[in-house]
Design a protein around this ligand. Structure first.
Ligand code: DC
Length: 228
């Protein structure tokens, strides 16, 4: 039987405002926020630290067996979700643009995706969630009740990333961030397994010229309208 899950999925390319929007939608609905990108970043950090080559299937399988990944809830609505890797707090380390690129590469490895997808589905089985990522509406939670796909022009997304990094006290160069944004778009949408793409039944929202609050309001309006 086809059973709809009490899940809201919010997918889209990097820098589109997914995290902020997802956190606000979670706060407004009382659902738990699941940042799937934080998991890929955590695995990327671990592989980098352990010197795992992404072509070495055996080493990847072995290291994944040794890996214990735990998500830490965000301190407040403005903060990122944290990550513990085998007990070590890597919450800050995983948020750099370099780690984002590593995560993007690691996320193309099928075994990594299988394991993280299973963990993510475990969260979905436990209760109502807002899941944010690249494939949450297409692969992880195809039976989610509400699906959204956020999009925006790459230049606008890079500009937002620069502002976000500067707010954290990190130096950021627009041209370099734009290049990294385009490279991640390419990696994430051209990989063979679970590429970034809009689910057929997802609502697309272009955020280029609207504020975060307008995106959140639009999502909540659709959810309320669909429920009643
Ligand atoms: O959302 P983010 O920037 O934290 O994600 C980091 C990388 O992880 C992203 O470039 C691709 C990968 N990712 C993925 O492949 N699937 C997801 N559901 C979430 C992230």
């Amino acid at each position: 039987m086809y059973e709809v899950q009490n899940i809201i999925t919010i997918d889209g390319p990097s820098g589109v405002g997914k995290s902020t929007v997802s956190r606000k939608v979670a706060a407004a609905t009382g659902f738990t926020y699941l940042d799937t990108g934080a998991m890929y970043r955590g695995v990327g950090w671990y592989f980098l630290q352990q010197g795992v080559a992404l072509e070495d299937g055996e080493a990847i399988a072995k290291k994944l067996e040794e890996l214990e990944l735990k998500l830490l809830p965000a301190a407040d609505e403005e903060s990122d979700v944290g990550v513990l890797i085998n007990g070590e707090n890597v919450s800050d380390a995983i948020r750099s643009p370099e780690m984002a690129m590593v995560a993007s590469k690691v996320s193309a490895v099928p075994l990594v995706r299988d394991i993280l997808t299973e963990i993510q589905r475990g969260y979905g089985d436990k209760g109502s969630i807002v899941a944010e990522g690249r494939d949450t509406g297409t692969v992880v939670f195809p039976r989610a009740a509400f699906k959204f796909f956020l999009d925006a022009q790459p230049e606008e997304r890079a500009k937002r990333r620069v502002m976000q990094l500067q707010a954290r006290g990190v130096e950021a160069d627009f041209k370099q961030i734009l290049m990294m944004t385009l490279e991640r778009d390419k990696n994430d949408s051209e990989r063979a397994v679970a590429p970034l793409k809009k689910a057929e039944d997802a609502v697309r929202i272009d955020t280029t010229e609207i504020t975060i609050q307008q995106v959140v309001d639009e999502i909540l309006r659709i959810i309320v309208g669909k429920k009643s």
